[in-house]
Design a protein around this ligand. Structure first.
Ligand code: PMP
Length: 419
């Protein structure tokens, strides 16, 4: 994950019209201010058109037919795989496995790699800031195998305590699985460093890149990541498609996870021979059209450029911090804007996160409230819930001002109630 601060500033107004949903007004004519992008993003017309085009003129099942339309569909699907390969700089196209999301990709690794490589007493290192998707599959693996889970602690301002990493590693450490960017704190983690330390200890690594691939340049070779996973819907692609990247040697040695059509070379009544990569891990009919939509989203993102996207989100994050600080009574979760991606999570003194979200919604502002699938992180921060505004390339400074005004209004509503 690399960022450079030399990109020219983005002007979201120059491409906002690509996103039909952003023109919506809600609740009696209030413009929709969509600040829930860490949950899922909106799609530009170019992605929607690619999906419609596919269904209208190129859709059939892939890798099956010996007919023209199936060849067309297969070409589009494999083109999308190549776009993903280029996006993350994987060495081989067959190292890119389409899944239906980050969660599915992590479960695939836990079931396939985990079940065949871990035994009782082996250790997995995670962090205190992981999404449930990067906790529960390993807890389930621990239940099946008796392996032990350890966690890299975080500081009060939401950064990994890197000093503890070496002491957590032992000669039983088999896997280190870490998020590249926290979906709550926004913290950009030093994953390259984590990977290096894991490799020094002989462990395999998995990067949960659900919140980083959509926002910053990713290079799996530079990172030396063994596995890296992300979802299409968080980067303007359709829901229902995600990616598991894995190094060829690891994927080759892993048994298939789901069994069925497409993942076999040969089947007898009592046995089967698995197919080569990537088909080995793509049982059944894959997410054909979602993958093509993801390919179109990658084109769109690359056209704008990740450096520009990151700089724009940093600008929005700084502005949000500045405005919210001015309101007072707000505790930010996570570090200073310079150390994070475009995610601003906070707790408002005296108002429950759900009430904050509801009051903001009345003003047309969509944010998320709750534990954001990170219950252990919220426990670590000694809170039950938080509110989270999260930005993407199409958000504007004016929208951050609307967020601030809506929050101020929410605070005064509650102050009136209390007095
Ligand atoms: N990891 C992180 C860091 C996430 O933010 C999310 C989505 N909130 C996931 C995993 C799970 O992604 P999905 O729901 O697309 O499988």
């Amino acid at each position: 994950m690399t960022t450079v601060d030399t990109a020219p500033p983005l002007d979201p107004q120059s491409f906002r019209s690509d996103f039909p949903i952003l023109n919506k007004t809600i609740h009696d004519g209030k413009p929709l201010v969509y600040l829930d992008n860490a949950s899922t993003t909106q799609r530009p017309r170019q992605v929607i058109d690619a999906i419609v085009r596919m269904y209208e003129s190129e859709y059939a099942n892939v890798h099956r037919g010996i007919h023209w339309l199936s060849d067309q569909s297969t070409d589009r699907y494999e083109d999308a795989r190549e776009k993903v390969r280029q996006l993350i700089n994987a060495q081989h196209r067959h190292e890119v496995i389409f899944t239906n999301g980050t969660t599915a990709a992590i479960n695939l690794v836990a079931r396939s790699w985990g079940d065949s490589n871990l035994k009782s007493g082996d250790e997995i290192i995670l962090t205190e800031m992981e999404h449930h998707a990067n906790l529960v599959p390993w807890q389930q693996l621990a239940e099946r195998t008796g392996c032990v889970l350890k966690h890299i602690p975080i500081t009060d301002d939401g950064q990994l305590v890197m000093d503890t990493v070496d002491s957590l590693m032992t000669n039983r450490t088999r896997l280190v699985a870490c998020t590249a960017v926290s979906n709550v704190l926004g913290t950009i983690n030093p994953v390259k460093q984590v990977i290096q330390r894991a490799h020094d200890a002989g462990a395999v690594t998995l990067v949960d890149a659900a919140q980083s691939v959509p926002h910053m340049a990713t290079d799996v070779v530079d990172l030396d990541a063994d596995f890296l996973v992300f979802s299409g819907h968080k980067m303007m692609g359709p829901s229902g498609v995600g990616v598991l990247y894995g190094k060829e040697a690891l994927l080759d040695a892993m048994p298939p996870f789901l069994g069925g059509g497409s993942m076999i070379r040969r089947v007898k009544l009592d046995s089967f021979e698995p197919a080569e990569l990537p088909a080995k891990f793509e049982a059944g009919t894959p997410p054909i059209v979602p993958a093509v939509g993801l390919g179109a989203a990658i084109d769109y993102l690359q056209n704008i450029g990740f450096d520009a996207i990151h700089q724009h989100e940093l600008l929005l994050t700084k502005k949000a911090h500045q405005i919210l600080e001015g309101i007072g009574g707000i505790r930010f979760l996570g570090p200073i804007p310079e150390l994070k991606s475009g995610i601003v999570a906070f707790v408002v003194d005296g108002i429950h996160a759900h009430d904050v979200a509801q009051l903001l919604d009345r003003e047309g502002v969509a944010i998320r409230a709750g534990h954001h699938c990170t219950m252990p992180l919220h426990k670590r921060l000694k809170i039950g819930a938080s509110s989270r505004a999260s930005f993407y390339l199409y958000n504007t400074l004016e929208e951050i001002e609307i967020l601030g005004q809506a929050l101020e209004k929410a605070r005064s509503v509650f102050q009136r109630k209390r007095s």
